[in-house]
Design a protein around this ligand. Sequence first.
Ligand code: HXC
Length: 257
Amino acid sequence: MAYETILVDKRDHVLLITLNRSSALNALNAQMMGEISAALAEADGDPRIGASVVTGSERAFAAGADIKEMAELSFPQSFVEDYAASYEAIAQTRKPIIAAVAGYALGGGCELAMMCDIIIAADTAKFGQPEITLGIIPGIGGTQRLVHAVGKAKAMDLVLTGRMMEAEEAESAGLVARVVPVDDLLDTALDAAEKIGEMSNAATMMAKEAVNRAFEVPLAEGLRFERRAFQSLFATEDQKEGMEAFIEKRSAQFKQR
Ligand code: HXC
């Protein structure tokens, strides 16, 4: 598929998606969100791809949903067309996604990063939910996923004041997995994605689903889900290969079956 707002680079095991509206600080319009969803769906359907990386420019991962596109939106349009609901498709992607964030990740940009599974931030990254300054509130997870990530105290602070949080604060708050110098950002994210991509896809997809369950269901249900997923992986050739390789003291060659 040809994309206009993103660049897509298929590598060994990894799909790299680069947001490409740098003149608007990668503001997320409907076309771009649709293209990100489509590229991630392509990754889900391609057995050679095990993980994706979503990144922006050095100045901005994404400075939010496109304010110019939203400015004239009416309530009926927003409600009936459910403007923001289609963006949830990104969070439904089954293979792991790493957000590699430099510069601004604001509003929908912060929410897009939170729809990914791991956020790796450059030391230049700034996270925030400034929607309140526009007379609205976050619409694609900023009042929900942010609470899971950083707790109520900091989420309330960010959502109600609209202030930005630097990478270091985001890491100590639990939003970000690692902070690296900006020049190392993409390599670090690609290395991590490559490592994930070389694992058994069935195992990484189940691991992602199981961890996400922790946010959706009570503990007993989550533990039951984890156990069933764990048990089912013994039906894969990759489990046999992984354990045989350990016993034979060699590295595993997963066949993604
Ligand atoms: C549309 C945007 C934009 C946005 C930046 N631009 N953010 N366009 N939507 N969210 C455009 C600017 O209009 C400008 O275009 C160009 O990008 C450069 O931006 P500047 O403001 O000139 O840069 P700077 O002074 O460095 O300030 C950077 C900034 C600021 C602090 C990030 O741009 C900013 O505050 N942006 C908006 C952040 C925001 O409120 N995000 C939340 C959006 S609501 P021109 O043409 O003038 O050069 C949201 C809702 C999510 O995300 C829910 C969705 C369903």
